[in-house]
Design a protein around this ligand. Structure first.
Ligand code: GDP
Length: 298
């Protein structure tokens, strides 16, 4: 696999141990290693560059602590900065913001990202951990199989789904979900919007219309954490067009290094709320910045 950052920096700083502070030339060399490590972890180029600039400023001139090597000291600065960017200051990280019932939650993302699975995982979590009554509705009018899939998952986890009425538009289904949630006293209704293989105007216009109709308390983007730069582009696009409030990164059980998390956080400024860790309905966890920082550093 990859050489980890501590090992890389060990060599760079070997000659520096007798000096009292991290000098500029050595920090510059170290930063090239940091940049390479970030790129290998799938962090996007511009984000890696900005990140390295921030770290460089912090590291230059910093006194070398006796108890650690200069390499370890730089790794610590990088680690702390990673946590700072990944964690942000969002009060609702690791939770969904649910205001007065029935609270609409809009789920958006590309086809195959894990959107339907994540919708059901979140519904299960709301039901079990917060005792919420949840209604789920699929708005994927193009793919009857996707609608049925949500129904099947709903039965598995004991969460109701809105009955399917063929021929309705996404907005009509969203309206019906809102009515049903209000009449039947649900706390939350989750709208699983249609995915497309890539971002297109029809998809965005549809999501926008549903958003305008329901005024969601959360708009959660589901992205495949293994897709690197594509994930970042997707997040940028959805955020610019419909405005997202948070992200769920799926397939973090795979062997990706998680750099997409850093890029998305940096580019959108929106919190990563949860990570998907498998296909099972319990395979969803709150986002832990330290774990992802550890993976990025290798
Ligand atoms: P959608 O098209 O975005 O609604 O995607 P689906 O929810 O249908 O998921 C596509 C596939 O990815 C399914 O086989 C899911 O079981 C799988 N999947 C979803 N989330 C995860 C995850 O976190 N890890 C893994 N390994 N597979 C996942």
């Amino acid at each position: 696999m990859f050489e980890n950052l501590s090992d890389r920096l060990g060599g760079v700083f070997d000659k520096l141990t007798k000096q009292g502070a991290l000098n500029e030339a050595d920090v510059a060399t170290a930063m090239r290693e940091v940049r390479t490590a970030l790129l290998e972890a799938d962090v996007s180029l511009t984000v890696a560059r900005d990140f390295v600039d921030a770290v460089k400023e912090k590291a230059t001139g910093q006194a070398v602590t006796k108890s650690v090597t200069p390499g370890q000291q730089v790794v610590k600065i990088v680690h702390d900065e990673l946590i700072k960017v990944l964690a942000g200051d969002d009060a609702h990280a690791g939770a969904l913001k649910i205001d007065s019932p029935p609270a609409p939650i809009l789920m958006v993302g590309l086809q195959g990202s894990g959107k339907t699975t994540t919708t059901a995982k979140l519904a299960k979590r709301l039901k079990e951990r917060e005792g919420k009554r949840v209604l789920m509705a699929s708005l994927d009018t193009q793919r009857p199989a996707a609608m049925e899939q949500l129904g099947i998952l709903g039965m598995q986890i004991g969460v109701d789904t809105l009955p399917i009425i063929p021929g309705q538009t996404a907005v009509q289904i969203a309206k019906r979900a809102k009515q049903q949630a209000t009449l039947a006293g649900y706390d939350v209704y989750m709208l699983d919007t249609a995915g497309r293989l890539s971002i297109d105007e029809t998809l965005m216009a549809e999501v926008e219309a549903v958003r305008n109709e329901t005024k969601p308390h959360e708009t959660i983007l589901v992205v495949d954490g293994l897709t690197g730069q594509d994930a970042v582009n997707t997040a940028e696009n959805f955020n610019a067009r419909v405005g997202i409030s948070g992200v769920v990164l799926t397939r973090m059980d795979g062997d990706g290094r998680g750099g997409a998390a850093l890029s998305m956080r940096a580019v959108t400024g929106k919190p990563i709320k949860f990570v998907g860790l498998g296909e099972k309905m319990d395979a969803l966890e709150e986002f832990h910045p330290e774990r992802v920082a550890g993976r990025i550093l290798g």
